[in-house]
Design a protein around this ligand. Structure first.
Ligand SMILES: Cc1ncc(COP(=O)(O)O)c(C=O)c1O
Length: 407
């Protein structure tokens, strides 16, 4: 499917990818950290500040109306991208914020001593720490669903862990370290049968595959815009309508109210009651442009393209002596975490950078996962549709070179 696209032309949409680093052509393999931006997104943000800049939902003047319409149009686009309804989409600064909304507005008022929150071993800290804060304040406990050595979730153990005390399951759709794609539809069905509310971290899924949120059957779904070609500080929480209606607001301030009196305040309806203060207007309008851009390519084509790149990179990396890949799930996104015998991940990443290759090294905001594997750090190469097969060859050639330097 991906062969019907002109991927070279698509890559040319990304101005930054033409630059050099340390005198070498840049090979950007850190898209799981943050994605690069096509000119369409950069131009949209630029045009907003040059032509339309005003606050949203407040002023009746022309600029205020233009800004509000463009901002709300982005909500509609993003909702369409997730096959959801715009009234179920809270715009916020990203996944971290989105999960914290659920923690403070859904979990904190409900949970109590004797309740449990179930998280998986492969979660990003953004889907662990908010639950620890909730647990500390409510007396609830955290339970951990373990993984297998290949980086897949142990589903039998997960279902066995869904005991009556578990009120909430927090789970990544796709792991940012292992690339594992979790069977969230099946898992949410099992959780729902047991009356467990589900929070799915879609940060690493939405940029790389078509996501039909309502059909997943979850209660909450969090995404972050900067990993899907959008600006930083953008993202959204999708929530079932009944949850949004029942949840008290997390932050108070302007725009999240209908009426304020000293005797009491009436909050706004739907997503707006969770959007206190002036939002990242330009950023979300840019995210709307990113959604248009990704949709024009097609998420199925993007998934197929990235699967090809992953297969190529796997094949080449397996030929490198002393290289170990963490995470070999059969269903895997284009993320490869690896270790090279005798070389520290930070040294590898530093030397690769000198060759123009940008990979991430460290613990990837997933300390418990690295503790499972008993390793202090990994290097992570993460791919996006704008990467090329030639870049994979250059990456692996650079890796061979730096491996020899460190040996
Ligand atoms: C799986 C996962 N969850 C959550 C986050 C946090 O996203 P943000 O920092 O944009 O809120 C990330 C970002 O790396 C991630 O990969």
């Amino acid at each position: 499917m991906s062969t019907t696209h002109d991927w070279a032309a698509i890559r040319a949409d990304f101005p930054l990818l033409t630059r050099e680093v340390h005198g070498k052509p840049l090979v950007y393999l850190d898209s799981a950290n943050t994605g690069q931006k096509p000119a369409k997104v950069i131009d949209t943000v630029d045009d907003f500040f040059r032509q339309h800049n005003a606050n949203v939902s407040r002023a009746v003047h022309a600029l205020g109306t233009e800004a509000t319409e463009a901002y709300e149009a982005s909500r509609t686009k993003l909702a369409g991208f997730l096959k959801a309804h715009r009234d179920e989409l809270v715009l916020c600064s990203g996944t971290t914020f989105a999960i914290n909304i659920v923690a403070y507005s859904w979990a904190l008022p409900r949970l109590k001593a004797g309740d449990a929150i179930l998280v998986s071993r492969m979660e990003h800290h953004a889907n662990i720490v908010p639950w620890q804060l909730v647990a500390e304040r409510t007396g609830a406990v955290i339970k951990v669903a373990e993984i297998r050595e290949d980086g897949t979730l142990d589903l039998d153990a997960l279902y066995a862990a869904m005991t009556p005390d578990v009120k909430l399951l927090a789970l990544a759709h796709v792991s940012n370290v292992l690339g594992t794609v979790n069977p969230v539809k099946e898992i949410c069905r099992e959780a729902r049968r047991r009356g467990i509310t589900t929070v799915i971290d879609g940060s690493q899924a939405a940029p790389h595959r078509a996501v039909d949120v309502p059909s997943l059957g979850c209660d909450f779904y969090a995404i972050t815009g900067h990993k899907m070609c959008g600006p930083t500080g953008t993202g959204a929480l999708w929530a079932r309508r009944e949850h949004l209606a029942a949840m008290p607001p997390f932050l108070g301030g302007g725009e999240m109210i209908k009426e304020v009196r000293f005797a009491g305040t009436v909050f706004n309806d739907g997503p707006h009651r969770f959007e206190a203060g002036t939002p990242n207007i330009a950023g979300h309008i840019g995210l709307g442009a990113a959604v248009d851009y990704l949709s024009a390519i097609g998420m199925d084509a993007i998934e197929a393209r990235e699967a090809e790149l992953l297969a190529h990179a796997n094949e080449e990396l397996r030929k490198v002596d002393g290289l170990r890949i963490l995470g070999e799930a059969p269903e895997k996104a284009a993320v490869i975490s690896f270790l090279v015998a005798g070389a520290h991940a930070h040294d590898l990443a530093t030397l690769l950078d000198l060759e123009g290759v940008a990979v991430r090294s460290g613990q990837h905001c997933a300390h418990p996962l690295l503790q499972f594997y008993g390793v202090p750090a990994t290097c992570r190469a993460s791919f996006a549709f704008y990467n090329t097969h030639d870049e994979i060859e250059r990456f692996v050639a650079a890796l061979r070179k730096v491996r020899h330097l460190l040996a």
